[in-house]
Design a protein around this ligand. Structure first.
Ligand SMILES: [Mg+2]
Length: 298
């Protein structure tokens, strides 16, 4: 496999809940909402969507590139999603703590990441206790994600800038980072990255060209490390005016931006595919000339 590896975040990059698209500026009367595909149900109710054009584009993309979903969701949360085109061969969950191959976590990867993180960051229990010690006015519930990191449901309106800044500083001193996405606040060990897991998939598949898409601070390293990168015009990175070399930005915020990201990935895959075809033709041409030369020598 030497074609494009398309590593993409899911929530608020490819797929959107009703809360996410309303926050991101698509009103309840938008015509966009007439043609959505539901890709996740929770407790019998639809939860996450993409546009039909995005779903069709993803199927097309998968014929040309290796699509690798890269999410901070846990394995169980990821398995609820029906990826257009069927279950992916590779997926990265739990912010890089799990590498799924045909839906099954690779035990060697889980162990090696666990060892790396344990040697570099304060224990999860210490960070979770710090979250629980915050005011219940804004820190509503605290959870751990497969014992790899912790996250909280917060009341964003009641979260003061000072409290957030203080928490970020406290975490940084202990080798942890904080990311706030909608109503969720994530505390993640610095060495638990999507980037390392994407590198591993690229190594295993022999991919030499990586395109990455994402919207949050937890995606920043993956975007910066990729050969090609895109983010939407909404979300945590957009709010921070974050950029990296050659970064593309989907122009329309919200769920339509997700569709534009798929179209951009598809364009990169087509371009990589055309270059490979041209390279193969050139190689055949060179081999033909060498062969003719060889015959002459004999
Ligand atoms: Mg996201």
């Amino acid at each position: 496999m030497t074609g494009l590896l398309a590593a993409t975040d899911l929530d608020r990059t490819l797929i959107y809940s009703r809360a996410a698209w309303q926050v991101d500026g698509v009103g309840p009367d938008s015509p966009v909402l007439d043609d959505l595909v539901c890709v996740e149900m929770l407790d019998g109710a639809p939860l996450s969507y993409l546009t039909r054009r995005a779903a069709d584009g993803l199927r097309e993309l998968r014929a040309l590139a290796l699509l690798v979903p890269v999410t901070t969701r846990t394995e169980a949360q990821f398995m609820r999603i029906e990826v257009p085109g069927g279950p992916p061969e590779y997926a990265i969950t739990t912010n890089g703590a799990r590498l799924l191959i045909d839906g099954v976590a690779d035990p060697g990867w889980t162990a090696s990441v666990g060892e790396r993180v344990a040697g570099s960051s304060a224990p999860l229990a210490e960070v979770a206790a710090m979250l629980l010690a915050q005011s219940p006015d804004w820190m509503l519930r605290v959870r751990d994600a497969q014992e790899a990191f912790c996250y909280a449901i917060i009341n964003r309106a009641a979260a003061s800038a000072d409290a957030l800044q203080s928490l970020r500083g406290w975490c940084a001193e202990r080798g942890w980072s904080v990311s706030v996405q909608g109503r969720k606040l994530y505390c993640v060990p610095d060495l638990l990255t999507k980037t390392a897991a994407v590198d591993e998939v690229a190594r295993r598949t022999g991919s030499t060209l990586v395109a990455a898409a994402g919207d949050s601070l937890l995606d920043a390293g993956m975007l910066a490390a990729a050969d090609l990168a895109i983010r939407p015009a909404h979300g945590e990175l957009h709010a921070a005016d974050w950029s990296c070399d050659g970064l593309a930005i989907a122009p329309t915020p919200g769920i339509v931006g997700g569709e534009q990201i798929v179209e951009w990935l598809l364009a990169q895959a087509r371009s990589a595919s055309a270059e490979r075809s041209a390279g193969a033709a050139q190689a055949r041409d060179n081999a033909g000339r060498t062969g003719a030369h060889g015959v002459q020598l004999v």
